[in-house]
Write a protein that binds this ligand. Structure first.
Ligand code: GLN
Length: 230
């Protein structure tokens, strides 16, 4: 016999890196976005509340494993390497990588070849892709510039301090609205985003997956996609 009633809801600390619109960004001093709405809606259905913490993307894994945050909601791609560190929810969004240049640039995809400077956010799948596919084979001989936040990457591309950027396509497209940058190529990486919890925290993982299923079934997911992507 299962009995569940609680007078107050548990609050979980959700870590994110809020320079990744429309998934997470800062608006009027608040951390908002698709991922924030999604985990809030999941919490409503599963009886927990959330509090957001904005830290650099590469600080999220250690923050989760040391317990200073309970959940990562950061458009984080489910990868084998990360699965060794923590557990992922069921996937909730699919994305590829993209290549961005300044809007006045005539160079397309070839920006990734030769002596160009490419900006990435440290620890992202884009960062790893550039290392594995461009730097190691010697295709890219310029500098890979690592940043803590894509906000700064896009600023440097807008100012022409770097020649190109590799980042998730939905975010590249969002940044190209309102900044002097454009998407010139898509890199088909077939990534899927998941929320992450510490290994062993199966109870929370089950709540997130159950809530995610409800949010998909009741049409809230479609509403969120419409709100942030259309
Ligand atoms: N999806 C990419 C990754 O997981 C980028 C995520 C991000 O920068 N927030 O590495």
């Amino acid at each position: 016999f299962a009995f569940s009633f609680s007078a107050y809801a548990e609050t979980y600390v959700v870590g994110t890196s809020a320079g990744f619109p429309p998934f997470e960004y800062v608006e009027d001093g608040e951390i908002v976005g698709f991922d924030m709405d999604l985990i809030t809606e999941i919490g409503k259905r599963q009886g927990f509340e959330v509090e957001f913490r904005d830290i650099s993307f590469d600080s999220l894994p250690p923050a989760l494993t040391t317990g200073s945050i309970d959940i990562i909601a950061a458009a984080m791609t489910i990868t084998e390497e990360r699965k060794e560190l923590f557990n992922f929810s069921d996937p909730y969004y699919s994305a590829n990588q993209s290549v961005l240049v300044h809007e006045d640039s005539e160079v397309g995809l070839p920006v990734l070849f030769g002596d160009n400077d490419i900006g990435v956010q440290t620890g992202t799948t884009g960062d790893l892709w550039v290392q594995d596919h461009l730097v190691e084979p010697g295709i890219l001989t310029g500098n890979v510039r690592n940043y803590d936040s894509f906000v700064l990457v896009i600023r440097d591309l807008s100012n022409r301090n770097i020649d190109g950027v590799v980042l998730d396509k939905p975010v590249g497209e969002t940044y190209s609205q309102g900044n002097p940058v454009k998407v010139v190529a898509e890199i088909i990486t077939g990534e899927e985003y998941g929320m992450a919890v510490a290994k062993g925290n199966d109870e929370l993982l089950e709540k997130i997956n159950a809530g995610l299923e409800e949010v998909i079934a009741d049409g809230t997911m479609d509403e969120l996609i419409e709100k942030y992507f259309e």
